[in-house]
Design a protein around this ligand. Structure first.
Ligand code: CA2
Length: 142
């Protein structure tokens, strides 16, 4: 079984800035833990600050993996193009947000992506990625 975690713009700064919102671990540290915890899943990781690069990766992984965990960062709230990419691929996509976007500014309350995703996990910190991986593992066994 193979999944891809995709992080969007500014998430390369995780663990380096704004720890009160996003925590103090880098994603690379967290990913190593996740890979150890799910030995049956090949977990790949991609981060980009560029919308087109995110779309290209969704197209690739959407036809070659058992699922995508996507935190599209601020593109969540702006990108019809990303929503179209999610809708165009057969792999299930789980939307994850580290912070509780509904407790933040009103412009973060709407996601163009949610309706195209299998489900969304928000506000549970990095734990959201773990829960999404667990869901995809259970789903692939059905
Ligand atoms: O809560 C999330 O996961 C977000 O997707 C994070 C985005 C934000 O625009 C979304 O509304 C919610 C921002 C990512 C910025 O990441 C940083 C991480 C560390 C330091 C600075 C920014």
């Amino acid at each position: 079984m193979k999944i891809l975690i995709i992080n969007g713009p500014n998430l390369n700064l995780l663990g380096k800035r704004e720890p009160e919102i996003y925590g103090n671990r880098t994603f690379e540290q967290f990913l190593a833990e996740l890979q150890a915890e799910f030995p049956k899943i090949e977990i790949d990781y991609f981060q980009s600050n560029h919308e087109g690069a995110l779309i290209d990766r969704i197209h690739e992984a959407g036809f070659s993996t058992d699922g995508i965990i996507l935190n599209a960062g601020a593109y969540t709230h702006t990108s019809i193009a990303l929503a179209d990419a999610i809708a165009a691929v057969p792999a299930p996509v789980i939307e994850v947000h580290i912070s509780n976007v509904h407790q933040r500014e009103p412009f973060r309350h709407h996601s163009y992506l949610s309706a195209k995703c299998v489900g969304s996990i928000v506000g549970l910190g990095l734990e959201g990625y773990r829960l999404a991986a667990s869901y995809l593992e259970v789903r692939s066994e059905k």
